[in-house]
Design a protein around this ligand. Structure first.
Ligand SMILES: [Zn+2]
Length: 511
């Protein structure tokens, strides 16, 4: 951003700026700041005052000379014509008329051509700010006329730090591990992180604890994963499958489990080669360091890869449980000594034939029996699954994460006719219905059903038949059972009668 600051300070202005970067990195936020920098009443400046009428109107979206166009919904040439017509006139209030075109790569070819005319001979009073997640789809003729800035994702550490700062300012208590989980789920997007933090504060109803955030995110209790890896270290497949069974009976997401398992394996590998890179407040730090002693580096590489492959192949498995348990058996079946570590596969392509080919190439040294066992996981049919109308179960299983997962879990099914899904979402959760999260959810539905599915979100009253509400009541039921068990325990009863003691209900945790 230094280049941009310098250019503004020296009044070297371009006609068009292009901001690229993944979703949620702050492209449109930066576009607004630039619009202020160009129109601030204190003059063209790298540090807009933020208090003049131009600055405040831009902040509140009321500035007449800032025209924001979302190309995702206005792809056509007509919108561009309108823009061109509008561009002829001088700004009404500001120094410049600023056009911000978000997701500009979605414009049609015609629209791009039409835009080029304005680009080639831009009137002095016009500035374009283009933003895109996909610069490769922008014609070179447009690219070449833009000053381009690539915005990087926020490092997890920076997100973690900022969340801590916000909570401190708001005097809300939190556990570091809880904030780490949020920072991880946000995947480099500060906007997602803030949205999840809001959600977590509401969900926890007080201190933002690791337990609450875990439950909210549907994150797998790390304990399962540690038990799996303990079993792996002992070469004890029975123990590992018992863990998988328990996860199944709790209907935990195996997709999420594989993702978390890969994250954990990465941390263990990190603990081996650079222990100082593990944050001091990383949850379960000691157990990670312990496991780092039990595997060698090659094994970890292999297990990591098996977890990644398994996640990729999960939609092809007969069911998620089969896919998951097969991957555990794979980890046991292959030792690095028998198997050279293969290079990471190219990002998943939608070609089932190619997938099984990769599967076969991975395992050159296998006996036919072993090979058949492995192929079983990948060779299942990919017929599109039937939806029985149980949205909470589907919501938990869809391959989405972060805020989009919240959207799935907090919403309830209004209707489904095979082509389109209509979901209800409570007014209090309406911030989850942002377009980008809807897009992610729609993509996950499409992947799940193997065909495009229309998605409509209706904000209003809901009856509460959501995955989130179910998870909450299951937790309460388990808590109730644990309490019952402890109250029914003869020893505890004696203790209570003898000492006139009561049980602190919150201290009882279901196992
Ligand atoms: Zn100003």
């Amino acid at each position: 951003m230094r280049a941009l600051t310098h250019a503004l300070e020296q009044q070297r202005l371009h006609h068009a700026y292009l901001f690229t970067g993944t979703r949620g990195v702050g492209k449109t936020t930066l576009a607004r700041i630039l619009a202020k920098a160009l129109n601030c009443e204190t003059g063209i400046t790298a540090t807009p005052c933020g208090v003049c009428s131009a600055c405040t109107e831009i902040d509140s979206g009321r500035f007449v000379d800032l025209i924001e166009i979302d190309a995702a919904t206005n792809t056509g040439i007509d919108n561009m014509r309108e823009l061109q017509d509008n561009a002829v006139y001088a700004p009404t209030r500001g120094r410049f008329k600023v056009f911000v075109i978000d997701e500009v790569h979605m414009l049609s070819k015609q629209a791009f051509n039409s835009m080029l005319k304005t680009f080639e001979e831009p009137p002095e009073h016009i500035k374009f700010i283009l933003a895109t997640t996909d610069p490769q789809k922008i014609p070179v003729t447009v690219l070449s006329r833009c000053l381009q800035f690539n915005l990087k994702q926020m490092p997890r550490e920076a997100i973690y730090g900022h969340l801590g700062y916000i909570l401190k300012e708001e005097n809300t208590a939190s556990e570091p591990a809880a904030l780490r989980l949020i920072a991880q789920a946000a995947q480099g997007s500060m906007r997602d992180a803030l949205s999840l933090l809001d959600q977590a504060i509401a969900y926890a109803g007080g201190k933002v604890s690791e337990e609450a955030v875990r439950a909210m995110l549907g994150a797998i209790d790390q304990d399962y994963l540690f038990k799996l890896l303990d079993g792996l270290a002992q070469q004890d497949i029975k123990a590992m499958l018992a863990v998988a069974d328990e996860m199944e009976s709790r209907s935990l997401s195996f997709d999420g489990a594989l993702q978390d398992l890969a994250t954990l394996l990465h941390q263990i590998a990190l603990a081996q080669s650079a222990p100082e890179a593990l944050g001091p407040d990383l949850p379960e730090r000691e157990r990670i360091l312990g496991l780092a002693q039990q595997f060698d580096a090659e094994e970890l590489q292999l297990y990591y890869q098996i977890a990644l492959f398994a996640r990729r192949d999960l939609p092809l498995a007969p069911d998620e449980y089969a896919g998951f348990s097969m991957s555990l058996m794979r980890m046991l079946a292959f030792r690095p000594a028998e198997l050279p570590v293969v290079a990471a596969p190219p990002p998943a392509k939608k070609k089932p034939e190619a997938r099984s080919a990769v599967g076969a190439a991975e395992v050159p040294a296998l006996t036919p029996a072993k090979r058949a066992a492995v192929a079983g996981a990948a060779a299942s049919s990919a017929s599109s699954p039937v939806f029985d109308g149980n949205w909470p179960v589907l919501a938990n299983r869809l391959k989405v994460s972060g805020v989009a997962k919240q959207l799935a879990q907090q919403s309830e099914l209004r209707s489904f006719d095979g082509e389109s899904v209509e979901l209800g979402l409570a007014f209090t959760a309406k911030h989850l219905a942002d377009r980008i999260y809807q897009d992610k959810l729609r993509a996950a539905l499409q992947e799940h059903f193997g065909k495009p599915v229309a998605l409509k979100i209706v904000i209003g009253e809901i009856s509460g038949n959501t995955a989130a509400v179910q998870a909450q009541s299951e937790r309460q039921a388990r808590q109730g059972k644990a309490l019952e068990a402890i109250n029914g325990d003869a020893f505890v009863r004696d203790l209570m009668e003898t000492f006139d003691a009561t049980i602190v209900n919150d201290s009882v945790k279901p196992t």
